[in-house]
Design a protein around this ligand. Structure first.
Ligand code: HGY
Ligand code: MN
Ligand code: MN
Length: 407
């Protein structure tokens, strides 16, 4: 099983010695190293390597022009101090599954591709799934040109600095039109498989989710000489809004997180002029998500008014609910269930995590496989999947690819 050697090669790239987490942000050095690793894996297997107009990497077996291709893969970028598995498990498992199929002597009747979608986490430019959104036409070129990182570098500038021709970015209907099925394997970001005792599961749906930026603008002043009654401190309504988000999510049975904050001027002895907080909220359905976000924004405005602070709320990213295509989902269940003599013995589970498969759903038939995560922890250096579960994931992916693309 080639999984182990590939895993060992990829593991050190972009890993922080301080936190043990990963900092593989789009179009940075670590991302470039991951991309070089992907290209080397593709070419060492005799696959045709391609870099598409939006920075996604493809490794083809067979002629894409034949159409009805079966595609698998995931992403290699990470959230700040993310774990080793979120993304890379899907890419490494894809190459290992192809090796497995070649060892089985499988005969491909359709083109097969392994893909690394660029900038899935949106850690640097604030929007998730940039590579797949651009390809699917769910992010316009104008919107892409407006994405900037914390240093004011725009996405196109970052791409150009990484040696990339930005002029070509945009929808890629011809490429997506060649895909008959996209199957993404991903570490589970939850404990459903741990609780059910299964190594592998199939995705049913992705919750609707989004990111909203809350800008609280107050009055900068001296922390030591300004009377409390004279202050317009934006940190107060921000803090109250964080608690309001937890309350609204709890009442609605949803989730809401303020995980990122930026303060200006960010001085210990200065009352801030601006506190910028980002809300990530997700719920099982759109109406519930709307209720949570509306409630948080309403509370935030009340808190801001009480302190004489201005508030702007901007929706920066949104993904509607994804119901994975039933025919492909059930085909995976049939393929994986046959060894267990029961069609649906493989658990089918929803997720609150976004994925490129979710962005492509609706444009391309997509499905996902999840590999057990014993703690459910993700977006953390503690993210983990046991070796035998990873191997079971490779075997399941190989079975699925064989069932979809081989005679
Ligand atoms: O945020 C997400 O759910 C994904 O990891 N981008
Ligand atoms: Mn992630
Ligand atoms: Mn991911």
């Amino acid at each position: 099983m080639t999984f182990h050697s590939m895993w060992a090669e990829l593991l050190p790239i972009g890993r922080s010695s301080a936190s043990g987490g990963y900092r593989r942000f789009a179009w940075t050095g670590a991302d470039t190293e991951c991309r070089a690793w992907f290209r080397q894996q593709a070419e060492s297997r005799g696959l045709t390597y391609e870099l598409d107009r939006n920075g996604n990497q493809w490794a083809w077996l067979g002629d894409p022009a034949d159409g009805d291709a079966v595609v698998t893969g995931s992403h290699l970028d990470s959230v700040p101090d993310g774990g080793a598995f979120d993304g890379p498990l899907g890419v490494v498992s894809s190459f290992a599954a192809l090796d497995e199929l070649r060892a089985r002597g499988a005969e491909f009747t359709k083109p097969l591709a392994i893909v690394n979608f660029g900038d899935e986490e949106g850690a640097r430019f604030g929007l998730a799934c940039v590579g797949s959104r651009l390809a699917a036409g769910r992010l316009t070129v104008e919107q892409a040109h407006r994405l900037t990182d914390a240093d004011g570098i725009t996405l196109p500038q970052a791409m150009e600095r990484a040696g990339y021709d930005v002029g070509a970015i945009g929808p890629d209907p011809e490429r997506l039109g060649r895909i008959g099925a996209f199957v993404e394997l991903h570490v589970e970001q939850g404990r459903a498989l741990d609780l059910s005792g299964d190594q592998v599961g199939i995705a049913s749906a992705i919750w609707p989710h989004g990111r909203w930026r809350f800008d609280f603008r107050g009055e900068a002043n001296h922390a030591g000489t300004t009377r409390l009654v004279d202050r317009h401190d934006p940190m107060l309504p921000y803090a109250e809004t964080v608690l309001a988000a937890r309350r609204e999510a709890r009442l609605a049975g949803a989730v809401a997180t303020f995980g990122k904050i930026a303060v200006e001027p960010n001085g210990v002895n200065a009352i801030p002029s601006l506190v910028r907080g980002w809300l990530d909220s997700r719920a099982a359905d759109q109406a519930t998500l709307d209720t949570v976000v509306t409630g948080v924004e309403k509370a935030a405005r009340e808190y801001a008014d009480a302190q004489g602070v201005e508030l702007d709320v901007v929706r920066e990213s949104f993904t509607p609910v994804v119901e994975f295509e039933h025919a492909l989902r059930d085909e995976l269940a049939r393929i994986l269930g046959k060894e267990r003599d029961a069609v649906l013995s493989v658990p089918v589970l929803g997720t609150g995590a976004g994925h490129d498969a979710g962005i492509l759903s609706g444009t391309v038939p997509t499905a996902m496989l999840f590999v057990r995560n014993p703690t459910g922890v993700s977006h953390s250096p503690a993210e983990y999947a046991a070796e035998d579960d990873c191997v079971a994931g490779v075997t399941a992916l190989a079975d699925v690819l064989e069932g979809l693309a081989c005679r």
